[in-house]
Design a protein. Structure first.
Length: 374
């Protein structure tokens, strides 16, 4: 690809994010993304700041996180006030000033960090997926691909309310949890009454696992949060505080190579549930295929499950209704994200599409009619 094509592609990516992910959710990022998309010099800076092995589709969000980290380090700056919602100024000018001032640090962040957004809101989707498992009275060993700090490994400790027309129609998890999640239900179907089984192991593999108790690493997670969404920084801080008291053992590695050996350490009394939420997007197509085929091979030998909350193109083994997915791509309101469950029971494999969701599971459209999956 020529340099010019690469810049045009990057510009399109910023516009795509503005249209689909930031519009109606993070107005600050929507405004900035549209301005960056039209600023060739800045696009060149962003393109050359990312290390060559960064997946191209992830560069805009990485740039925003790298810059947000510097904004958090400059809490008195005008752009920090805008990000915290304390000022209504147009964010563009103070953002550009900050980028100019912090160029080197932004490049350093982009070269040494990756997008690690640990979005605890996703637990509202994961909880329903976990409740759909066939366990035959066995414990769950949760093994996450790309756990970041592992906040979603504690899905059974968070409380989620599912609202239809502003009325709670389902809930999961302890009502007195410090984390209270809310998910709006769309469409005609309501998830079945359910509960999560016993989770007796929590682990995961990530190239850069985050230590929830380390202030610098926690700041990087805060930097990955989009500005203008009031509850998210506080909710992240609360979840980090809970998890830092009893952090899960996370393996530093690449899921393509290190996932199966980790799953193989799980005792046969447990059902390993491999969880992947917005992580497969960061793995190459070959890597994703290797993960799927090696999990399938293991599933032929022992009961296990693969629970995914991913953009549908990254989980081709889950049959998603194309028309519905495309309709969501058209309206925006979050890149459509599919909650899918592939499970092996006694050597028999089944794949189920459970729901279509907002990437942070602010809303979901439940897709599965009640059925017997025993
Ligand atoms: C966008 S974050 C999502 C974190 C978490 N799953 C969540 O939903 O909150 C993507 C995570 O995937 C991790 N990751 C990227 N490539 C990976 C790989 N090859 N194997 C395992 N994890 C990977 C990143 O380090 C990062 O922590």
């Amino acid at each position: 690809m020529s340099e010019r094509d690469a810049i045009e592609e990057l510009s399109d990516l910023f516009v795509f994010l503005a249209d689909h992910d930031f519009a109606g959710y993070s107005p600050t990022y929507e405004r900035l993304a549209r301005a960056i998309a039209a600023d060739t010099q800045l696009l060149e800076f962003v393109a050359t700041s990312a290390s060559p092995n960064t997946r191209r589709g992830r560069i805009p969000v990485l740039f925003f996180a790298a810059t947000h980290d510097r904004i958090l380090a400059n809490p008195e700056s005008e752009i920090a006030r805008v990000y915290r919602g304390e000022s209504d100024s147009d964010p563009l000018k103070p953002f550009l000033e900050l980028v100019e001032l912090e160029r080197e640090s932004i490049v350093h962040n982009m070269r040494t960090r990756s997008v690690q957004t640990n979005e605890v809101g996703r637990s509202a989707g994961i909880a329903l997926g976990m409740s759909a498992l066939t366990l035959n009275d066995r414990d769950i060993a949760l093994v996450e691909i790309g756990p970041s700090a592992g906040l979603n490994l504690f899905v059974d400790q968070w409380h989620a309310n599912y609202l239809l027309n502003e009325t709670v129609v389902r809930e999961l998890g302890p009502t007195d949890s410090p984390i209270q999640l809310t998910c709006e239900l769309r469409g005609d179907l309501i998830p079945p009454e359910s509960r999560i089984g016993r989770i007796s192991h929590r682990t995961g593999v990530d190239p850069a696992p985050i230590d929830a108790s380390n202030a610098t690493e926690s700041r990087w997670l805060q930097a990955c949060v989009w500005p203008g969404i009031p509850e998210r920084p506080e909710r992240l801080a609360t979840a980090l505080a809970v998890v830092s008291k009893n952090p899960p053992p996370l393996v530093q590695g690449d899921a393509v190579v290190d996932l199966i050996p980790l799953v193989e350490t799980i005792s046969p009394e447990c059902v390993p549930v491999v969880l992947s939420t917005w992580a497969l997007a960061y793995v190459s197509a070959d890597g994703r295929e290797t993960i799927q085929t090696s999990i399938d091979a293991l599933g032929a030998k022992r009961d296990l499950a693969l629970l995914t909350l991913e953009e549908p193109r990254f989980t081709p083994w889950i049959e998603t209704p194309d028309e519905l997915v495309n309709a969501y791509y058209e309206v925006g309101d979050g890149t459509p994200t599919v909650l899918g469950l592939r499970q092996w029971v006694n050597g028999k494999c089944s794949s189920r599409v459970l729901a279509l969701c907002h990437p942070h599971v602010r809303w979901m459209q439940w897709l599965e009619e009640e059925a017997d999956h025993g």
